[in-house]
Design a protein around this ligand. Structure first.
Ligand code: B16
Ligand code: MG
Length: 230
């Protein structure tokens, strides 16, 4: 059996609940454009790039006649609101169980990385003061192809010197789960099982997860080798 070498974490919706701020900002933009945008429709925007998110939002509102310049302008307005909401973040916003879980993996010699589609990842990591828990960060500033492309996960594995087949990804979005599967990695979905069906294991929170449980449920062995025992 392969051994777990690295754990790669999505940021928005996995480490910190910034997904709600993205939704608030997109909903505000939709209201300004004259249509309502539901939380259900917003699910599709999770994990995908800012411009792709805008395209999905405009499609939901039936808006088809904008120039590239107008779209850039709308996306940057949304981003200004989003960054305004991010100012309220503090270390207390790190989701329950995350810091303990990541710390336990590190103490077992497992490499850790962030793999996020967000160009705001550096700001978010600084606001919640969690950067020291990760050996590497790959985000929307360093990738050329957005999730579900596997690029962000493969870059993270490369930085950690890990074989993709020995990496486990933690993701809250269908696009991210798909990207991690395409990268040849094991995937733990965080959240709604209906939306993350391709993940190898689904949990609702890191409070439910311990390294031993993880190893026993994703078909990968512990760093020291052998089967984990619960
Ligand atoms: P930004 P993740 C993703 O982050 C979000 O889930 C997605 O909703 C957002 O559109 C994307 O980042 C880009 O974010 O506008 O801040 O560059 O989940 O991959 O950490
Ligand atoms: Mg996410």
């Amino acid at each position: 059996m392969q051994q777990l070498e690295a754990a790669i974490f999505d940021l928005d919706g996995v480490i910190v609940d910034t997904a709600k701020f993205h939704y608030q900002a997109w909903r505000r933009l939709a209201e300004e454009l004259g249509f309502a945008f539901s939380e259900r429709e917003n699910e599709q925007l999770k994990g995908v790039s800012r411009m792709e998110s805008l395209e999905l939002l405009l499609r939901a509102g039936g808006i088809t006649d904008l120039t590239e310049e107008q779209k850039e302008d709308l996306a940057s307005r949304k981003n200004e609101w989003y960054k305004e909401y991010l100012q309220t973040l503090t270390p207390a916003d790190v989701l329950p169980g995350v810091a303990d879980f990541v710390g336990q993996l590190r103490s077992q010699g497992i490499g850790t990385a962030i793999a996020s589609a967000s160009k705001n990842a550096p700001l978010i990591l600084e606001k919640v003061n969690i950067r020291p828990l990760f050996d590497a960060v790959v985000d929307g500033n360093s990738v050329t192809r957005a999730k579900p492309d596997p690029e962000v996960f493969l870059q993270a594995a490369r930085l950690l010197g890990a074989d993709p087949a020995c990496c486990c990804v933690f993701e809250d979005a269908a696009a991210g789960v798909e990207g991690a599967v395409r990268a040849g990695m094991r995937v733990v979905g965080i959240g709604d099982s209906g939306l993350l069906a391709r993940a190898h294991l689904i949990v609702t929170s890191f409070e439910q997860l311990e390294p031993v449980y993880l190893l026993n449920h994703i078909g990968i062995a512990g760093h020291a080798g052998g089967e984990a025992s619960e």
